[in-house]
Design a binder for this molecule. Sequence first.
Ligand code: GLN
Ligand code: ZN
Length: 756
Amino acid sequence: MNIFSHILGFPRIGSMRELKISQEKYWNNEINKKKLFEEGKKILKKNWHIQKSKGLDFISIGDFCWYDHVLQTSMMIGNIPERHKNINNRTIDIDTLFKVARGSSSIGDSSDASEMTKWFNTNYHYIVPEFKKNSFFKFSWNQIIEEVDYAINLGFKRIKVILLGPISYLWLGKKVDNNNFSRLELLDKILPIYKYILSELRNRNVDYVQIDEPILVLDLKKKWLNSFIYSYNFLYNENNKILLTTYFGNISHNINTIKNIPVSGIHIDCVSEKYNIKDIEKKIPEDWILSLGVINGRNIWKSNLKKIYKKINCIIKNNIKRKIFLGSSCSLIHVPVDFDLEKNLKKKFSNIFSFAVQKCEELSLLTKCLNNSDINLLNKIIIYDNKVKINTKFNLNIKKKCLYRTSSYDKRYIKQKDNLKLPILPITTIGSFPQTEILRKIRLNFKNKKIDNVTYDNAIKKYIKNVILEQEKLGIDVLVHGEPERNDMVEYFGENLEGFVFTEFGWVQSYGSRCVKPPIIISDVYRKKPITLRWIKYAKSKTNKLVKGMLTGPITILLWSFCREDISKNIISKQIAISLRDEVKDLEKLGIKIIQIDEPAIREGLPLRKKFKKEYLSWAVDAFKLSSSVVKDETQIHTHMCYSEFSDIIDAIIKLDADVITIESSKSSFKILKFFEKNKYPNSIGPGIYDIHNPNIPSKRDLEINIKKCIKKINIKNLWINPDCGLKTRTWKETKLSLKNMVLSVKNIRNKLLKK
Ligand code: GLN
Ligand code: ZN
């Protein structure tokens, strides 16, 4: 018995989103603090019990948190911005935690929330730590120790504690003052707190401490890399067994440093990138544990355990002395909790899926088989690529010319000007309008067959008619239908394309209490019938103004779904793109002169390491072009992007060759425009001129100032005016007032221009 099983973290949301429900109740003052903590303890206990009963060798503690694990680390070391601390005594508690994340607490006081951003290349978002040159740190949040005591009291024995490592923590944060300093200068103030926690864990005899340092997979500057040796030397104590944990990529390029860090072992992610495990194995110290992340923590398929068995058997045959751990490739927070709840999928596809609970089972089964040198138990496992066949030759003969518009942008510009007859500074919105409770209910009732087609159609049409009317009243130039038929921009297309299946409870945490239910791409994707046509046709029939067709782009559909692993993402993206291309063609035939293809996720898919970026961007850009370039010169293609920093993919954005890009920019005070200017972006741009996530109504004055800022950077002939994202999360009242001000400020500027 020299092989042990563990996971890098279990989903904290609960199989029925218990965490979300209790947090939201607490925020609405429906339950008190005591009840909130009780709910948390229930989830903890259940998660540990699952790990133990499924047969894992260690249970993991430290993966649970109230909003986000990076924020929890900030709490632990007392790195809380002054504006969030309790007013009377500058202390911090659970309300402070929520205040950092949400900008307000249930007590009612408010101040700007901390920034939230994507956790590496995932769709999980963390709260960005804020640092100042004179930041002060103090052990301030005892949760991790309390949880260990709780587990010990419950009788759990083999315990592994998870901490986010100090260097990755610093790397994930940002400087917020104007002083010239490096975040690494703060290490000396943070390390003693980690040292203290490690001593407390020693006192409690925990078996291992998993310290996550995911930045070790990145291209790191020397000073960051070197800080590892320094820090872990400081933290070293022979009675702490530290498992240094890496994921989301390979660490081979940093191995010469890593092997000198004084820890007890290393975890590597064997799924996200190819590994030469033997090579790593040779390089690390002989007495180190090697933890192999062999079960994919970011996808929902059963693993081919036989294949993994053979691979690992090969490795351990040669060096039986080393202790081997088998684990998930990364934390399981990126997959839903329990496939057993999915009665419908189960009926149709038996057991080809594996969510967090099943991944624990897989790990312990694999470990057991390897320890007994017995592969027989693995013979019966069914894996999806045997069960759901695909057509490997499926339409991949894409001709180069399918990727290009007929003419260059300047020629198209003239033809479109003629075709569309728009005023200067044309005004539009991004697509969705407020989604009311009634609308959600109608969609749900229709889905559950509680209302018939006619009732549903009439309700959707009524909404569209009203949205068109409101936009006409407001004086918007290019109208949208408002997307009332869509629950979610990806789910909707998944439901209407072939090749997708859906879970009932497959929730994954996106941030805080917000969860998403990604569709699953199970076979070839293709379009059997038009998707958006009838709604757009209806909207068009209600106005003489231009109506935009509205589609979700191929990369966003791909990245916000779980997809097969035996077909490359490139190929799947092309299958989706071809389906969308047909939809685009049909919209054009219908007389739609402007078609928007949203790609908010395109930046998120960017690989973490430089050497892989080019390849990704190349196929991602091609997929977009394949979906969009089928139209005539006269037809205008828009795209929309948000949720990310786009400056480092500006070249790819240029290559998309969309006639107009509407892009989130007001939150970063239009910094992105500098890059468009520098790169002489020839096509048109609609920089979102106000932040739709902010409930305050933008004033005419502020909007005019923003528009003027844009005019300075972009040729006015190429400038569009719009909000920075869809309006579905806002109320009608907020939406009408904001858009009214937006239109008035444009009219004001147009008038001034006329007088010149
Ligand atoms: N068209 C979508 C909407 O307006 C775009 C959403 C997004 O960018 N995330 O809702
Ligand atoms: Zn958006």
